[in-house]
Design a protein around this ligand. Structure first.
Ligand SMILES: [Cu+2]
Length: 289
């Protein structure tokens, strides 16, 4: 607001998840990034937006993905775009071969609405709740400038592959709430909002858990588990193991992950990484014993 404070969210804003009007890169609005042709740079991109999904594109130039959320792929994978929910991060190689200019942008993404068409269509003239936005201007200067080259040294450290592991316990977590008017309920898990004094999931250290996270709402929710990485095993098993700290659970959809529960006894939490949803109570307590 004009006096420098953050405007308070009304309940509808919070249910949708506030995205704000500006997207900054390293604190700047649409900065210019210079890369020398013929060199390779390693970029780490973190989506620290409160609610906005980013579908990153370096127009006309593919990404070389090293991995999501700090877990290395066996070899870089070429991708035209990279979807990051709030809290997701990627490591990528950028190695332009020709000079010129391009744009780092996020393509529009529809993360759903309150079930009555009340999303971005009403506010921005688009059906995308997370709108198309230009993030930075990228200029490829003549090279090579060998001092900026970062060689790819091969696979890094990855978590244990659980695709063939014995599952000690399976459980289902259901993301609930939302809706309009009289039927509107608070976001939560299994019909309950967050209570720091309640343990929602008790885990045993040294076991492998399989969690099916079901979303009964009309919006996508990025599910974040603290402490242990989640390996995606469903609905489709990928050819290569993939881990996430934040998994996107699509509206009216589900996703299955496996968790290697080890090393960290005590209490921690899982929550929706749309911060307004977390504040509304979409969070639960894990105790590992
Ligand atoms: Cu959410």
């Amino acid at each position: 607001m004009s006096n420098g404070t953050v405007a308070a969210a009304d309940h509808m804003d919070a249910m949708l998840g506030r995205e704000g009007e500006l997207v900054l890169v390293n604190g700047l609005q649409q900065p210019r990034i210079e890369v020398a042709a013929g060199t390779t740079e390693r970029w780490r991109v973190v989506n620290t937006c409160a609610s906005r999904f980013l579908d990153l594109e370096l127009e006309g130039r593919p990404w070389q993905l090293l991995g999501y959320d700090g877990q290395a792929l066996r070899a870089p994978q070429q991708r035209d775009s990279l979807l990051l929910a709030p809290g997701n991060r990627v490591d990528v190689l950028v190695s332009p071969s020709a000079t010129g200019s391009t744009t780092l942008r996020s393509r529009g993404y529809d993360r759903g609405d309150m079930g009555m068409g009340m999303g971005g269509g009403m506010m921005g003239g688009s059906d995308d709740t997370s709108s198309d936005v230009t993030l930075a201007a990228v200029t490829v200067t003549p090279g090579p400038d060998a001092s900026r080259a970062v060689p790819w040294r091969g696979p890094g450290v990855s978590a244990r592959d659980l695709r063939r592991a014995q599952v000690d316990r399976s459980r289902t977590l259901t993301m609930t709430g939302g809706g309009m008017g009289m039927g509107m309920t608070e976001f939560g898990f299994d019909g309950r909002t967050f209570d720091p004094d309640r343990v929602d999931q008790e885990l045993r250290l040294g076991t492998v858990e399989e969690w099916t996270i079901t979303n009964t709402t009309t919006m996508d929710h990025p599910f974040h588990l603290h402490v242990w990485p989640m390996q995606i095993v469903g609905p489709e098993e990928s050819a290569e193991p993939e881990w996430r700290d934040v998994v996107i659970v699509p509206a009216n959809g589900q996703i299955t992950v496996r968790v290697d529960v080890r090393n960290h006894p005590g209490r921690t939490v899982y929550h929706c990484h749309i911060l307004d949803h977390e504040d509304l109570g979409m969070m639960g307590v894990v105790a590992a014993v």
